[in-house]
Design a protein around this ligand. Sequence first.
Ligand code: ADP
Length: 217
Amino acid sequence: MLKARQLKKKYNNLEVLRGIDLEIHDKEVVSIVGASGAGKSTLLHILGTLDTADSGEVDVKGTNIQTLNPKKLAAFRNEEIGFIFQFHNLLPEFTAVENVCIPAFIKGDKHAQTKAIKLLETLGLSDRADHKPSELSGGEQQRVAVARALINEPSIVFADEPSGNLDSQSADELHKLFFNLRNELGQTFVIVTHNMELASMADRSLEIKDGIINTGK
Ligand code: ADP
């Protein structure tokens, strides 16, 4: 599903990533852990095509993303990759269902609305579809963000501290949701987290230490 080879990234003189090699398989839930400042978000952004490495390669579904021009990369990102952030980044003026539709509208999908409604139903949010984000709880807002990440049926979803801003009950529900979505839809997830419970639930947990994946050896 995803392969990264020898990813390196420097900020000024700070070598954040010093040669990351990793592989994510189809239908896996992989967590990325490490101390604050270890480079987890930097790695996630590079794997998710939101940022570029100084050197190294990323293949997603057999496409070497370095070879795509900006327009093709934007389309690839919209169709193949979903993102969930710590702060849901929903657009405040739009309802839940409208927020979920946005990536599908960008793609020109005529069935956006139907798909969004169905997804909200799957995520237990049918009765919240017409609410604006400010009218939803933190957990509900984050589930809307999950629906938005899933609407284009991406190959892989990246989540950056998705439960970092939630109370523990909402966090537990969100974590269970990821595994249900993997089991029911076969969705692949890569999740940066400080939450040790979530990290231990994952199929694999990768730790970044000193700019590389710590294999514990
Ligand atoms: P983590 O997600 O593990 O907390 P980050 O990937 O956010 O770590 O950051 C890793 C290091 O890179 C930190 O020291 C951070 O200050 C630095 N860093 C991240 N982004 C930038 C940037 N755009 N410019 C300069 N330094 C950055």
